[in-house]
Design a protein around this ligand. Structure first.
Ligand code: AMP
Ligand code: ZN
Length: 113
């Protein structure tokens, strides 16, 4: 499959990996929007939130567990952080492999829409 994040997970395309286990892969965003900007992705290819179902949703809970662990590791657990997943055109999704942005290290703008 011609998917950028599948290629990053397989190592075909290099990335700044910060965490990996059997279910998820986490790496630094190439175009950081905050001092800490990490992408956490399931190893299984799911295109977006639209692909989450009862069969595969355990990985989402695991991603949030990893996000909390990485927030501690990167020293933003006390100062605060945000976890975001963009789904589809109106949300500005550009890579169609489900991913969660972990953002922190500065006062984040509050923009819901
Ligand atoms: P989204 O707009 O929510 O689909 O987010 C996609 C994110 O992937 C953007 O923040 C990009 O900066 C990031 N990105 C694109 N290519 C790479 C790459 N090769 N390595 C790391 N991050 C990337
Ligand atoms: Zn993929």
């Amino acid at each position: 499959m011609d998917c950028l994040f599948c290629k990053i997970i397989s190592g075909e395309i290099p990335s700044s990996k910060v965490y990996e286990d059997d279910m998820v892969y986490a790496f630094k965003d190439i175009n950081p929007m905050a001092p800490v900007h990490i992408l956490i992705v399931p190893k299984q290819h799911l295109s977006s939130m639209n692909d989450i179902s009862a069969e595969n949703s355990a990985v989402v809970a695991h991603i949030f567990e990893v996000a909390a662990k990485l927030a501690k590791e990167f020293g933003i657990d006390e100062s605060g952080y945000r976890v975001v997943s963009n789904c589809g055109a109106d949300a500005g999704q550009t890579v169609f492999h489900l991913h969660f942005h972990l953002l922190g290290g500065t006062k984040l703008k509050v923009e819901m829409c």
